[in-house]
Write a protein that binds this ligand. Structure first.
Ligand code: GRF
Length: 264
């Protein structure tokens, strides 16, 4: 009975009809079980849910965790039939412990922060090192922290954008997986700029998650190498490397940042 439950959780069954397998780099691979942490609206969560609705996408959203009961993103998870949990713990450590257990129980291999507004404690970041990604609405390392669009306007930059990065202990730091550039237009205010950057976020995050889940990323120091050729239609995202599916190229398994399994 217990074994059956474990197998059902791992490989799917009557309660989980989501396909677990996908072809990548010519090989049959399990879709990477991804946990998403949110605090609010959840539009990036929705972009990931939409991408994963395609059974050929190499990641599946296994669970959504929020630190706020009223996060509208929870309804998006519910609408998609994705298990979702809330831990409104005031204490950083208590939240980390609860979240770790929830992710562990869901068999999560990779964690994506999507508008998660709480600073994670160091043990959580260490547990998920190289398997924890974030999206931030600026071209990091410029304008980390709060109100990055306001910071960009105040600095008078002509281009801003968004960044997906592996998470390190300091806020909004870590090796960059991908960036999308968004021009600052005359007359932009914070809301207008934020809306255009958000549209780019919704394209970038699924591409970045795809590249990681396909095992095409390798972290070298503070740089993320991505296997795959140039793809002209997304030059605006990563000028020298493609986040899109490659024509067969792969990084050796031992060097990938592909999630290594449930270790939390
Ligand atoms: C996004 O701009 C994201 O980059 C930032 O917070 C915002 C969350 O928006 N970290 P949503 O909840 O995904 O709609």
């Amino acid at each position: 009975m217990v074994i059956a439950q474990i197998l059902r959780r791992r490989y799917g069954g009557p309660e989980n009809t989501r396909q677990r397998w996908v072809k990548a780099n010519g090989m049959r691979m399990a879709r990477v079980k991804t946990g998403v942490l949110i605090s609010g609206r959840g539009s990036n969560l929705q972009a990931l849910i939409d991408a994963a609705a395609d059974y050929a996408y190499p990641a599946e959203i296994a669970v959504v965790v929020s630190d706020r009961r009223d996060a509208p993103g929870l309804q998006k998870a519910a609408a998609a039939g994705i298990p979702h949990l809330t831990f409104p713990a005031a204490d950083r450590g208590a939240f980390a412990q609860a979240a770790k257990a929830a992710l562990h129980n869901a068999g999560v291999e990779l964690v994506a922060l999507a508008g998660f507004m709480r600073i994670l404690d160091d043990s959580f970041v260490a547990t998920w090192r190289d398997r924890l990604i974030n999206i931030h609405p600026s071209l990091l390392p410029a304008f980390p922290g709060l109100h990055p669009q306001r910071q960009a306007l105040a600095a008078g930059v002509k281009f801003s954008g968004c960044t997906v990065h592996f998470v390190r202990a300091a806020v909004d730091t870590g090796p960059i997986v991908g960036q999308a550039v968004v021009p600052v237009e005359p007359g932009d205010d914070e809301d207008r700029l934020a809306a255009r950057i958000l549209a780019a976020e919704h394209r970038l995050y699924p591409l970045a998650l795809r590249a990681i889940a396909e095992g095409r990323t390798r972290i070298a120091g503070n740089t993320v190498k991505i296997a795959g050729g140039l793809s002209p239609d997304i030059v605006v995202f990563n000028p020298l490397e493609s986040l899109a599916s490659p024509p067969g190229s792969a990084i050796p398994a031992s060097e990938r940042t592909q999630p290594r399994g449930d270790q939390c």
